[in-house]
Design a protein around this ligand. Sequence first.
Ligand code: 13P
Length: 254
Amino acid sequence: MRTPLVAGNWKMHKDHREAVELVRELDGLLAGLEGVEVAVCPPFTALSDVARALEDSGSPILLGAQDVYPAPEGAFTGEISPRMLRALGVRYVIVGHSERREIIGEKDELVAAKARAVLEEGMVPILCVGETLEEREEGKAVSKVRHQLEAALSAWTGDEVSTGLVIAYEPIWAIGTGRTATPEDAQEMNSFIRGWLAERYGQEVASEVRILYGGSVKPDNAGELMAMPDIDGALVGGASLKAGDFAAIARFRG
Ligand code: 13P
């Protein structure tokens, strides 16, 4: 069975001191939680301190990063390499988040290269896919997501997919808007994604991949979303900045 993953994407929030406070509070609230993986993805400037805080307390919370540059090292001013993240104990790296695609202008090729670079460094990319409101209203949501999957995963083998990949379906119109996809709509897309994986890599591989939902996940909707058969966890933005809310989401089973 797939272990659910609840990951907090802190985006551009929390300096390194605030980040340590938040993760300590969260760690306390999650004591005794079993059967759910919890990860936090602080900004780069806080990764090191958060890593140390987690290590000092022996916390089961896993460390994630929000982005990466797909080269081992070199003249890439302002960028961070997979090896640098790995050295801090990072396990998950978000790639292809819609804010990077839409605001920074990241293209599919760069997203694909980032996902590979993360895999090759022994970490797990959380590959984000999702459609705009316009695309949904025009009935193009599935074709957009299919295109994003094809572009990002064309070089991946079944083994790599089954052990080294998490996918997050994040409809852009649901991010930061308070407008969550219904559990049925989210399930429909996640089920499409699993079907796409099954077509390419077989049923067994597809059944091992965790497919998250992201977009205005809150304590009061987390349970119904994650009760869906193909929703294996959540990628949480705003609500991950409040320890109580994020802990409540991670405890979605009650
Ligand atoms: P919100 O939970 O704030 O809608 O953000 C979702 C998201 O973008 C997570 O990556």
